[in-house]
Design a protein around this ligand. Sequence first.
Ligand code: ADP
Length: 470
Amino acid sequence: MSKPSLLFVSSEVYPFAKSGGLADVAHALPRALNAEYTLEVCMPLYSFVEREKYAIQKRMEHFDISMGGVHYPVEIYGCNYEGIEYRFIDSALLCEREYMYGTPEEGYADNALRFGLFAYAVVALLKEEKQDIVHLNDWQSALVALLIKEDTSIKTKSLFTIHNLAYQGIFAHSYLHALDLDTKHFAMDAIEFYHQISFIKAGIAYADAVTTVSKRYAQEILTPEFGCGLEGFLKHHKNKLSGIINGIDTEHFAPAFSDLKGKAQKKKEYLKEVSLRGVKKPLFVFIGRFTWQKGMDLFLEALESMAAYECNIAILGQGESVYTTKLQELAHVHKNIHLSCTYDESLSLEMYGAADFLLMPSLFEPCGLNQMIAMHYGALPLVHHVGGLKDTVQSYKDFDDTKTKAYGIAFKSPNLTAFLGAFEEALELFANKREYNKILKHNMLCDFSWDKSAKVYSKLYKIITQGEKL
Ligand code: ADP
C-alpha cells in the first residue's frame, strides 16, 4: 500500500526562517513523520532565505493568482534538505520584505493580502499534487482550510494547529473583497470578528480537526482569561479540538557535554566570554522575545531585586523597544547582568549549556520550547505554571526519580511576590548541591523528543482521512 501524502504548511521553518517556536516545530515534526508519509513542507520563499546554500531551485513554471481583480505572479521553488522535501512559494508581494510579518513594533499593513496570496498558492499546489492531508499552522496559513472547502475538486483533509491564539490575523472587512471571499463567510460562525475578518477563525471553523500545542492550553483557551475573545467560538468547535504537546529535535538540540563536569566547563567558558564573574554563583538565563506574553513586565519589575543577590543573570532576546531600553539601563547599572540584544541560535545553545536556571515568567504559554531545551541541557526552568509550562514542568517539591516527568521550580500567580519567592527557592535549591544535581541529572535523561507526539498526530491524520468521528 502506498504511503499517505501530507503537505505541512508553515509561515516559518528552521533553518530557512525562524522567529520562534513555530519554526522549530515545522522543522522537527515533519522529520518525525517522514518515514510514514510522502511528505512536503511548504513555506514562503522570503527574500532573505539563502537559496544557494540550500540548493533551492524552481519546481513549477510561473503562474498568476488573481485576487480582487489583481493578478499576482507566483513561482514554486523546492529543495531536498536533510531528507525532507520543501516547497517554497515565491511572489514579490509575499516575499520581498526585511521581516516575515512586520517590524518588532507592528505588522505589515498588507499582511492580509500577503498571507491570503500564500493560502491561494498553497491551494494551487494542492490541486497539482493532491495530497491526502494538509497540516496548517497558525493564522498565516489558516485560510487554506476555507478555500479547500469551497473547491469541491479538492479532496484533501485539513488539520489546523494553533501555536499561539494571541496572534489571529485580524484585518479590515474590505479585505473580504480584496481576497475574493464570498460575503457568506462574513458571519459570526465563519470568519467575521467584531466587524473585521479573522484568518484564524477560518482555520478553526473549516479544518477537519483543530489542535493546539499542549493539553492544558487546549483547555485554557476555552476560558475568557486565555481565549482572546474566541473562547465561545472555540467551545462551539470543542469536539474537534485537542492538545498535543510539542517535542524538541534532540539531534539539533544536543548538548556538547554528557555529564555535569562537562556542563561546568561550558559555564566557565561562557562566563569568561561575556565577562561575568563567579563560576560558583548560580547563572540564571532568559532567552526569548521581549514581549508582554513572555512576562517581560514582571521580569523587569523583579530584575533589580534579583540582581542584588549573589548570582549572574544573562539575557538573550529581541523585541519591543520599551523592554530593550529598560533592560539596557539595568544591565548598565548591574555588573552581574549581561544582555545580548540579538537573535543568535548558537549563542542560545551556549547559554542553555551554561545555565543553572532558565527564567520563564510567561503570562501565558501555549507550549513553550525553551523550558524543554533547558531541561535537556541541564538547566532547571523557573516557570509560571501555565499552559504548556504546567504540562512539561513538575514542581521539584514533588520530585520522584522513578517518574518519567521532568522537574523545575514553578510559581502559580504571575506577580512579583510569587516570582521572587520562586527565585529564592531556586537559590536555596542551588545551595543544596546534592538535591539540585539529582534533579538535573534526572531531567537530562527525560524524553523530550517528538516520538510520542508524532504518533498522536499520525493517529489524528488517520481519523480525519478515514472520516471517523473525532
Ligand atoms: P515563542 O513563543 O517565541 O515561539 P517558544 O518557547 O515556543 O517561544 O520557542 C522559542 C524558540 O526560539 C526556542 O528555540 C528559543 O531558543 C528560540 N529563541 C528565542 N529568542 C531567541 C534569540 N534571541 N536567539 C536565539 N534563539 C532564540
